[in-house]
Design a protein around this ligand. Sequence first.
Ligand SMILES: *Cc1c(COP(=O)(O)O)cnc(C)c1O
Length: 357
Amino acid sequence: MKKHNFYAGPSILSEYTIKNTAEAIINFAGTGLSILEVSHRSKEFQAVIDEATALVKELLEIPEGFSVLWLGGGASMQFCMIPYNFLSGKASYLDTGTWASNAIKEARTFGEVEVVASSKDANYTYIPRGWKVAEGSQYFHYTTNNTIYGTEIRRDPEVDVPLIADMSSDIFSRKIDWSKYIAVYAGAQKNLAPAGVTLVIVRDDALGHVGDRAIPTMLDYRTHIKKGSMFNTPPVLPIFSALQTLRYYKSLGGIPELERRDLAKAKALYDAIDSSRLFQGTVTDPADRSIMNVCFVMRPEYKELEAEFVSFCAERGIVGIKGHRSVGGFRASLYNALPMESVQALIEAMKDFEYKH
Ligand SMILES: *Cc1c(COP(=O)(O)O)cnc(C)c1O
């Protein structure tokens, strides 16, 4: 049976990515060796990382003056690397969820952190509005897509300090105005590759402004810029898979086409939720709804049917829709690689389940 994969991360990858990765595990670039056993300094792997870097720049339209890095440690490592490299005085952060608050906690080790607003009081079911960045902030940090709660900020905020964003779960779903940013980072396991690599994009001239702070070699972005992400052994296999995904994205027509598909998938599912008798969305204001992670629950009078719906879906090959433990209910992740056909399968399951009850 065909599986419809709604896992939140690690998550669905394109068939193209998986097929080519499987092939390279047997025979990489005609070397007669597996990608798992070749040197990261081989000319064949150098070609992989070079093309992947070039495609990131092309697809995201990254201008001169920015470096694209492939690092280990997950997005969570960036929660500490960002302030290590950029914060010596004060920074402003927006608290829209668990990941945002983890980033805040790490930043406090390095400087003064102003939390401009938080939606924690309502279990992060909305994006706070009307906040102001603290005067004298070196940057403003925010999470574009709150994977756990299903809220998203799809427009680069208008503030008068440089932006830094955790785009782990919605990178490659929209255009980015690079003139506003000094750094963007994304764990690969949501919209790019298997877990193990983090894509980091930093503005070169924003580095080196943290006074006389000593930064450990591995945590200093300049180390990785200087060595083309090869100061130490990079995550070879995830980078190979990332390249396949990037080629696939380009072949589809790049960000505009990906965004068009993502918006259409999200609209179809939210329409189904909104017109349903059993289900309801968890995000208060529809304007804050994520197009990547759709969070919904059973209406209070049907609450006891939630577990049954998960198994009802499993029988149809629909997997990964159980909500995060801090929200409950359901979360359908509609990452770039998820076809509309899978969204239709979920909508049909919702309708059939409703008919049954
Ligand atoms: C998944 C996720 C993270 C954590 O990523 P790791 O690679 O596990 O550290 C951070 N931020 C966001 C927005 C995420 O979705």
